[in-house]
Design a binder for this molecule. Sequence first.
Ligand SMILES: C[S@@+](CC[C@H](N)C(=O)[O-])C[C@H]1O[C@@H](n2cnc3c(N)ncnc32)[C@H](O)[C@@H]1O
Length: 283
Amino acid sequence: MTSTKAQIEVGYDISNEFFRLWLDEMMHYTSASYLSGKETLEEAQLQKCKILYDFAEMNAEKSVLDIGCGWGANLEYHVMRGTKKAHGITLSTAQHDEINRRKLPGVKALICDYKDFMPDEPYDALQSIEMIDHLCSPAQAREGKAIDIYRTYFSKVAQWVKPGACFGFQAILRNRVPRARKDLADLQFTADVIFPGGLNPRLEELVAAVNPHWEIEELRTQRTSYGKTTGEWLARMQKHEAAIRAKWGDKVYDDYDRYLSTCVRAFANHWSSDVQMKLRKID
Ligand SMILES: C[S@@+](CC[C@H](N)C(=O)[O-])C[C@H]1O[C@@H](n2cnc3c(N)ncnc32)[C@H](O)[C@@H]1O
């Protein structure tokens, strides 16, 4: 089973104000794309949006669905580019509230599990940024079900778009397994306490699972970009240590400090990576 709504709320519903303190101003909670390495986090997040916009072959006249749309950062990017119909789905009530607060023209967000979603009419394009890591639990992966679960997802979302449509897709990946007991414990902590119910896919599982509905036209990995992104989040959060401890308590601060520090080491040491794919629907 996927992360439940209650599990999603553990990860995303602490408080919008808390995440606003250390994410970029549009509140992307996924890897930015550092292309020169000299960009600010804000600039690198816009570059991520542009890569996925181009992968989706978007233009202002096309409609798009963002599956797992977070606080609406990518939807807001579409509004900046003139998109007139940009829809999103999320499982988080706090994220849905934030998107509605932004009053973005042409944007509609729903609290809906992707499994229950059915569009009124097919979209021209799809995007999904690091939502697939919520679909397969560690127990299901141990039972060998991961590829089937991801294939069910790719098959379902292919029904929501027009023939030949493109999908700008991004996923966090798991790669090597650390050897030291402390590193394993830190990764386990991140999975159990910060993102319960989820598991990062392996690249080869995704490549297998897009078949037979999607063709991979482009694929780029950006492990070091995620290392920089999480490093920036950690530095920004640490600047607000006193305020976070006072408002949300020591446990929240200590948990997020441990989680973000673990992420920085995970990307530096190849335990984790990130992939962006341009997928085209096979009709
Ligand atoms: C890591 S966040 C990424 C948010 C956003 N894409 C971004 O770039 O900031 C994962 C998102 O996936 C959503 N999500 C997870 N499982 C879902 C499901 N089964 N159906 C719909 N949305 C889901 C969460 O609610 C959250 O918005």
